[in-house]
Design a binder for this molecule. Structure first.
Ligand code: MF3
Ligand code: CO
Ligand code: CO
Length: 311
């Protein structure tokens, strides 16, 4: 296994420097004492974070636009890699704790951290989550979407729609002074009602100068977590929702997390900023799967010979 090259003029996160072997360094002061990690951003640091997140979203859009039957997940990785470099950014997954690729591609029963491979071509009926993280101007921007390859089954369609709405409902709870656990509470309540499970083994996270920082953002209900949100915090919300039970298993490659029961899993992710009035989506964009569904419905109408809907 070899890593794709990143030109020397592109600044790398600390873990991607050869001497650090994939491990992020703990921040220390001038005397080498550990510094507490705070991820509240303002001023020019926030401006840099906004640009990193906007660029990550653009790369995700390029990757999702390349999804179709026959394309390999390695080809999607190429798109992500080139998209990051073209913007002067580093693809954050590459080398992170030894992750071998620039993008995570999680198909069907894969919950997260799927590794792109030239041996896996997309097939009609697959669902795939593409997770892009970009390091630009000293900041990481992180976002993902699940999309359809060709036409989805009814089960896949319902799960993907549910997962997106659950993420958005969780994000809506993220306001200054709210409890952090409100996010997971609303996501878990919706999942329970719909008969889905919330993955507990992977979480959202603070993000900014480091890929993964405090706070940990779980997507289930943590009753005794009393942490409150503050204006300026930046973190991800990225629920993984399973059609069957919540249990996960990690494959021999030490990355790919799959559902223990082999049933479908879907995920969406935004990086958000806690503004005075509420959450701001730093990785905002029109979800790709909604455009896919609109196109599929239009094609269906056409084959039925139905007249287009009146405006
Ligand atoms: N982007 C993932 C997240 O949402 C993390 C991927 S870690 C990697 O947190 F090493 F697999 F890239
Ligand atoms: Co993330
Ligand atoms: Co991510």
């Amino acid at each position: 296994m070899y890593y794709k090259q990143v030109p020397d003029h592109i600044p790398r996160p600390d873990y991607a420097r050869p001497e650090n072997n994939g491990k992020p360094r703990k921040p220390v002061d001038l005397k080498g004492r550990p510094l507490p990690l705070k991820n509240e951003l303002k001023g020019e640091a926030l401006a840099r974070m906004r640009r990193a997140c906007a660029a990550a979203r653009e790369v995700l859009e390029e990757v999702l636009s390349a999804v179709r039957p026959g394309v390999t997940t390695e080809e999607l990785d190429d798109v992500a890699h080139e998209g990051c470099l073209r913007r002067g950014g580093y693809p954050s997954p590459l080398g992170y704790h030894g992750f071998p690729k620039s993008l995570c591609t999680s198909l069907n029963e894969v919950i997260c951290h799927g590794i792109p491979s030239p041996g896996r071509a997309l097939r009609d009926g697959d669902i795939i989550n593409c997770d892009v993280t970009l390091y630009l101007e000293g900041m990481h921007g992180d976002c993902s979407e699940t999309v359809f390859v060709g036409a989805p089954s009814a089960e896949a369609r319902a799960l993907v729609e549910f997962t997106y709405e659950a993420m958005m409902a969780g994000i809506a709870m993220a306001k200054p002074n709210a409890l952090l656990n409100e996010i997971g509470r609303v996501i878990a309540a919706r999942a329970k009602k719909a008969g889905y499970s919330v993955v507990q083994d992977f979480s959202g996270h603070g993000i900014g100068p480091q890929f993964h920082m405090p706070p940990q953002v779980v997507h289930y209900y943590e009753r005794y977590n009393y942490q409150r949100l503050k204006e300026g915090m930046v973190f991800t919300v990225e629920p993984m929702i399973n059609a069957g039970d919540l249990y996960a298993r990690v494959l021999e490659d030490e990355w790919t997390a799959v559902t223990a029961d082999g049933r479908l899993s879907a995920q969406f992710e935004h990086t958000i900023y806690i503004g005075k009035r509420g959450p701001e989506l730093l990785t905002a964009g029109e979800p790709f799967f909604k455009r896919q569904l609109a196109a599929l419905d239009a094609a269906l109408d056409a084959t039925r010979g139905a007249p287009p809907e009146a405006p």
